[in-house]
Design a protein around this ligand. Structure first.
Ligand code: ADP
Ligand code: 5GP
Length: 202
């Protein structure tokens, strides 16, 4: 039986620092494959098509959705987001670890379809700091910031079913905790097939 890859799913209210943590994880573990989502949102400054997101219009997104192209999809802050199904399961079966950055609605869908996935929810230290970070990022309009804050409350109420909660107050501490959740997953039996057998056979 080949070694099963780890699906590490990260969710957080927008502005919490998930992208910052995720980039750090990808830098330390370059073998991770990042699941690039499709979105109808306009690119932010510096975002690269095909690397950060696959940017598309609503019509193309809806066409793909009708064709069963997505493992999960959701409407977040007025835009559509979806994870291409193509090869997710194949890559996991080949032992490839995959990192997902998706909202709570999408994560709940993946929980039903990806057995063994690890779900980590990143929390802001408090709501004031969340608003401060959204403003500091300087990439969202006032309208968009207000919508993101309102959604954050609803999202945080869903965090109870995740496997791990990480508070991003000190970035270093939050990163250590996220790393620990990943490290724990590498110890799962599905990740180490043949280990017990080889010990018993010795
Ligand atoms: P998200 O991906 O969750 O929307 P970002 O990673 O874009 O959030 O972070 C939002 C803003 O907060 C960025 O300006 C980032 O530099 C800042 N930030 C991230 N983590 C921390 C932290 N622990 N303390 C202070 N600022 C942070
Ligand atoms: P942003 O626009 O700030 O990049 O992302 C907004 C929200 O959409 C975040 O909560 C992010 O996790 C979520 N998101 C990004 N890609 C996907 C996806 O493929 N599916 C779902 N369900 N949510 C996504």
């Amino acid at each position: 039986m080949p070694r099963q890859g780890i699906a590490l799913v990260l969710s957080a209210p927008s502005g919490t620092g998930k992208t910052t943590l995720l980039k750090r994880l990808l830098a330390e573990f370059p073998h991770f494959c990042y699941s690039v989502s499709c979105t109808t949102r306009a690119p932010r400054e510096g975002e690269i098509h095909g690397k950060d997101y696959i940017f598309m219009d609503r019509e193309s997104f809806e066409q793909r959705r009708a064709q069963g192209y997505f493992a999960e999809w959701a409407e977040v802050h007025g835009n559509l987001y979806g994870t291409p199904l193509e090869s997710v399961k194949t890559l996991l079966d080949q032992g490839q670890d995959i990192l997902f950055d998706i909202d709570v609605q999408g994560a709940a869908q993946l929980k039903l379809t990806l057995a063994g996935a690890v779900f980590v929810f990143v929390l802001p230290p408090d709501m004031q700091e969340l608003e401060r970070r959204l403003r500091a990022r300087g990439q969202d309009s006032e309208d968009s910031i207000a919508r993101r804050i309102a959604n954050a409350r609803a999202e945080i109420q869903q965090a109870h079913w995740y496997d791990a909660l990480v508070v991003n107050d000190s970035l270093d501490t939050a990163y250590d905790e996220l790393r620990a959740a990943y490290m724990a997953a590498t110890l799962a039996p599905a990740r180490n097939p043949g280990l017990t057998g080889s010990i018993l056979a010795s």
